[in-house]
Design a protein around this ligand. Sequence first.
Ligand code: GLT
Ligand code: MN
Ligand code: MN
Length: 391
Amino acid sequence: MSDQYTPQKSDKFSFGLWTVGNVGRDPFGDPVRPPMDPVHAVRKLSELGAWGVNFHDNDLVPFEASPQERDRIVREFKQALSDHGMVVPMATTNLFTHPVFRDGAFTSSDASVRAFALQKTMRAIDLGAELGATTYVFWGGREGSETDAYRNPGDAVKYFRDAINFLCEYVRSQGYDMRFALEPKPNEPRGDLYLPTVGHMLAFISTLEHPEMVGLNPEFAHETMAGLNFVHAVAQAIEAGKLFHIDLNDQVMGRYDQDFRFGSENPKRAFLLVRLLEGSGYDGPRHFDAHAYRTEDEEGVWAFARGCMRTYLIFREKARKFDDDPEVRGLIAELRKQDESYSGPDAHSGYSDQTAGALKEQEFDVAAMAARGRRYEELDQLLMEVLLGVR
Ligand code: GLT
Ligand code: MN
Ligand code: MN
């Protein structure tokens, strides 16, 4: 069945090989699904209407593969991409599965591990560039600690900065058309991860040698795990010109990293996120970093992938509906009229001694200002009614 919620390539939906290929292993249980051939994943995703596919180096090329094996795998994958009209918008490095990264990669206390992590990343950047990726994600899954008895967390940040500065120069020296997107997460798999939220990452980026090359890959689940409002995090990243990529999924606050199907737990926040993204001019991938429930077989995986995209498109349509609703528009217009009726001195026009002096003398009817209700109850109820399908 094809309808207005059927994804098109122009919607720019992407999935990681690790998402639809997730085998359902968890700390208490073995895999429930067999590994998925990347070529099969490309074909199925394309059939469902996805546009892009992303990978970690080792999602595609096993850690132990010989150079000949690597070349064969890459050749077959490229063929599949071209056969099915799929692109690779983003690539990344697995710096968390192998035991060598038990105490981190770029932030490991062991200098040889830090150097090995850089080597592995340069090779993976080459692989990403070869397949056309223009965004390179850094999710520091092992960049953290369980105890701070040995490493000073400040030193870890310095190590991380050295690595990102080094890799920016590498990309420049190779002439790759590639930007970096840093992905924060508060914890898991380490007890605590360094640079745990979008805010921490934004501050860190401003300390880099090439801050213009580096932005954010915020994830819905990760900010939610930290108890934060993902819509606010994304809005701040957009405002800073730093939304380079986005990981869409869902999550219940205070739980393990669930990576649920987009919109499945917090539909209202997901709706507001889609409304924000669609109104922002963000032109990048809508990437789903999520996986099917462990209860599912392969059919369930495709139902999951279809569901992520379909829900996004439903929210996109609902956002338009909300913004075009006459009652909503009327209410917003009334609020705006009153909000913008002040014409005295303020911060927006910039500082001058004259403005400051005038503002110090300005008379305000504070009692009237304080008494004014905001009518957000009405507006939010209209939002809920659009969302619940009765408007
Ligand atoms: C892993 C993690 C994700 C990251 C992926 C990229 S790997 O699935 O949970 O949040 O985005 O490294
Ligand atoms: Mn996650
Ligand atoms: Mn992610």
